[in-house]
Design a protein around this ligand. Structure first.
Ligand code: RIB
Ligand code: CA
Length: 320
């Protein structure tokens, strides 16, 4: 029986790769893909979700719902330098030899139901069964908890791409982007009493996709691999310039892979909280992975992964 999943995204480049992996994993039944502001404004995120689904030409496509267009408290802060002005590596500017858009604006099929309502409705339909994979800021998730915490506690678990525990941050020395973008939402999630699995930079920085691998598969002519090459070109250039690697980290796809095969990662139980007031440390995930002295665990934190197994899974399902 495939696991029922809602994928909450701020589609961005690695979110798009996560959508490809999720939709091509028979272990998962994607109930819905929801959009939230983060890497890019919400409307770009919604368009990017549809561009990605069009590449898959999935029939029937999953329900797509619009969520929150701003964080609970903090100001909006996008990641255009990493994900491009359109949030998808600027693929919307790509033209073929005849000057036609390679990725034209998609026909959008957005649910009339807000993402928060859709999440709560699906939990009622599938109590204790639904997994929420959150790969953007946790604004939609927090709004759902604020609306009906008891119902949200009927989620099987929330798998969160977010945080940095025993490694540096990526938007500050200590904070990871998704948590930093809406730290108030993240703390609400930490306090809600829902089973949580954090997939932090500690693990996702081991989930590396080499640019040569992308080119090798794209050279075989498949549309999906060509889309991966096209949408990651700018993302890889950022990593080459700023991270000194010729490829990119697959942050969001790893969170999806954990829903597919949790044995891919090693986890430790911990009490996780989020700094929301520090001038220098806002958005920091605060936990002691060495012991449980600092309180009853509220999460499991991924600290390592089976790199070979994850890379094989990603290549076979997304690139091949
Ligand atoms: O820090 C990485 C996370 O921030 C990923 O989800 C990426 O898409 C960005 O949202
Ligand atoms: Ca993301």
């Amino acid at each position: 029986m495939p696991g029922r999943v809602i994928l909450d995204t701020d589609t961005g480049v690695d979110d798009a790769l996560a959508i490809l992996l999720a939709m091509r994993s028979p272990e998962l039944r994607i109930e819905a893909i929801t959009g939230v502001c983060g890497n890019t404004p919400l409307e770009h995120c919604m368009r990017n979700i549809h561009i990605t689904l069009d590449v898959l030409d999935a029939a029937p496509p999953p329900e797509v719902a619009r969520g929150e267009d701003r964080p609970l408290v903090r100001e909006l802060a996008f990641a255009g330098d990493i994900h491009g002005n359109d949030g998808l590596g600027d693929v919307t500017r790509l033209e073929d030899a005849k000057g036609a858009r390679v990725y034209p604006d998609p026909v959008q099929r957005v649910s009339p139901v807000h993402a928060v309502d859709l999440i709560l409705e699906r939990i009622e339909r599938y109590p204790d069964e639904l997994i929420l994979v959150a790969v953007g800021p946790l604004t939609n998730v927090a709004r759902a908890i604020m609306r009906d915490a008891d119902r949200m506690r009927r989620l099987r678990e929330i798998i969160i791409m977010g945080g940095a525990f025993e490694t540096g941050g990526n938007v500050s020395p200590v904070a990871e982007f998704n948590i930093h973008a809406d730290p108030h939402a993240a703390q609400i999630v930490c306090d809600a009493g829902i089973p949580l699995v954090f997939v932090p930079l500690d693990a996702t920085r081991q989930a590396f996709l080499d640019a040569k691998t992308i080119d090798r598969y794209a050279g075989k002519g498949g549309a999906r691999a060509a889309f991966v090459r096209d949408c990651t070109a700018r993302y890889v250039a950022f990593h080459r310039r700023n991270r000194g690697v010729n490829g990119c980290f697959l942050h969001d796809p790893l969170a999806v892979a954990v829903a597919v095969r949790e044995d891919l990662v090693t986890t430790v139980p911990a009490r996780v909280d989020v700094e929301i007031a520090g001038d220098l440390t806002t958005g920091m995930t605060v936990a002691d992975l060495r012991s449980q002295r600092w309180g009853e665990p509220n999460a499991r934190v991924c600290t390592a992964l089976d790199v070979q197994a994850f890379t094989r899974l990603f290549e076979e399902r997304v690139l091949a």
